[in-house]
Design a protein around this ligand. Structure first.
Ligand code: PLP
Length: 447
């Protein structure tokens, strides 16, 4: 793809996220059109988008039902100020999201994205403890390799070194433990490793003093770090630890929500109910920026009192609950529920997983993991030593793009999470593209 002088100048007047513009200029991707499972670049080349943008286009790009809902809303109201008003469509979105959330989680506050949802959940928990007589509970425990967003609190809860170190010092009161995937080679079984990894949360809580700890925040299936997929027991243990020490369990479902794992939320897939879920990304299928914090009703009730009580949440965002975004969110949830897309994600995921397992024939795949259609493949130099293979991932990124395929590659693993509109034939096309790209990348490296 060749860029015009004006495009080059403009790219130097802005940023892409988490990458060097110079690197992007060597291999630019200007996307002009998207529909369903595909992007088209400005040269007209088509790409299979295996991750819905970046875990966002849950129903594919520009889903007609979602686009239609937003068009209808454009004729009614496009902005209501959260400081002194709310539109009915925003309240309908609250109702809709509560209706598909795990039992008891009916307190919903819409936001404009993932970081806003996480930031608000952290502040909500701190204020909740302050005004319910446990003011000294303020610390959060999360995982290394986790990512919860770019704002200061969400970043402090994140365990992704390179995205944090330029901004140190981090906020005080954020502690980390290792995720199970990083520890697995030290244990005889995956189950035992997960038990140990879950137990570390309790160790930290006890050492810090449970009276000072407010919450645990985790992605049920962790993207950064390579689709980290703990056992059901791991999350059962986290729930029990939180109950034992009066600590809130927060699931960051910004990637895992809205059907991908085979249920509306991964909490339901894992059979564990957290106290708070944070949502974003696929909630509007990428049509408009939308996120949400979904909390236990009784936690929300703790902020309800007479005007003079001043116990309202001391937090707000101008665009939170934007009517257009909420109209999109309602359409997404209706489509998932009416077409039973959670069950479809489970079926399709099994099919896709089986096909991805076939890549093991190349001797560089350690594991295929994930839940539903949110799947990751770990690349290693050899399956005896399990040494990571970042060179292969870096090359795979280029060959995949050359072959018209977009995946999340980082660089010793890659992830796919195709939109819920996909069918088995689309999975065949996707795995053919991955297979071809992997073979070419390996050839290049081994030459
Ligand atoms: C798990 C997770 N949490 C939070 C965020 C932050 O969301 P946003 O980029 O919409 O602010 C992301 C974004 O990638 C994410 O993957």
């Amino acid at each position: 793809m060749t860029l015009s002088p004006q495009q080059i100048r403009l790219l130097k007047q802005t940023f892409l996220d988490y990458q060097q513009t110079s690197e992007f200029l060597e291999r630019p991707l200007i996307i002009d059109k998207a529909q369903g499972l595909y992007y088209w670049d400005s040269d007209g080349k088509r790409y299979f988008d295996s991750i819905g943008g970046i875990f966002v286009a849950s129903l594919g790009h520009r889903h007609p039902r979602v686009v239609e809902a937003v068009k209808r809303q454009l004729d009614l109201i496009t902005f209501a100020p959260p400081l002194h008003g709310v539109s009915d469509i925003t309240l309908q979105f609250v109702d809709k999201l509560a209706s598909v959330s795990p039992q008891g989680l009916t307190f919903v506050k819409p936001y404009s994205g993932g970081s806003e949802s996480v930031e608000s959940a952290l502040k909500f928990v701190r204020q909740y403890y302050k005004q319910t007589g446990r003011a000294q509970k303020y610390k959060f425990v999360s995982r290394y390799y986790g990512y919860h967003g770019s704002s200061f609190g969400a970043m402090s809860a994140s365990g992704t070194g390179k995205r944090k170190t330029p901004f140190e010092p981090q906020m005080a009161g954020f502690l980390k433990v290792m995720p199970p995937t990083c520890l697995r080679d030290r244990f005889d079984s995956w189950e035992e490793c997960n038990r140990f990894a879950a137990g570390m949360f309790e160790d930290v809580i006890v050492q810090e003093d449970p009276n000072t700890v407010a919450g645990i925040i985790v992605e049920p299936v962790g993207n950064t770090g390579g689709i980290i997929t703990p056992t059901n027991e791991y999350y059962r243990m986290l729930r029990e630890i939180c109950d034992r020490h009066d600590v809130m369990l927060i699931f960051d479902e910004i990637i895992t929500g809205y059907g991908k794992t085979g249920s509306m939320f991964a909490a339901q897939t894992y059979g564990v109910t957290p106290d708070i879920i944070c949502g974003g990304k696929g909630l509007s299928s990428g049509v408009l920026p939308l996120g949400a914090m979904i909390a236990r009703q009784d936690m929300g009730d703790a902020f309800f009192g007479p005007a003079e009580s001043e116990i309202q949440f001391a937090h707000g965002n101008t665009f939170a609950g934007n009517p257009l975004a909420c109209a999109a969110g309602i359409a997404v949830i209706d489509e998932i529920v009416e077409r039973n897309l959670c069950a479809k994600a489970g079926r399709l995921g099994e099919y896709l997983r089986g096909k991805l397992e076939g890549l093991k024939q190349y001797g560089v795949v350690r594991e295929v993991r994930g839940k539903g259609i949110l799947l990751g493949v770990e690349l290693v130099k050899d399956t005896d030593t399990n040494e990571p293979f970042p060179e292969l991932g870096r090359d795979l990124k280029q060959t995949a793009l050359d072959n018209g395929l977009i995946m999340r590659i980082d660089p010793s693993w890659f992830a796919v999470a195709p939109a819920l509109i996909a069918e088995e034939t689309d999975m065949d096309e996707l795995v053919d593209l991955i297979d071809k790209s992997l073979k070419q990348a390996l050839d290049k490296i081994q030459r």
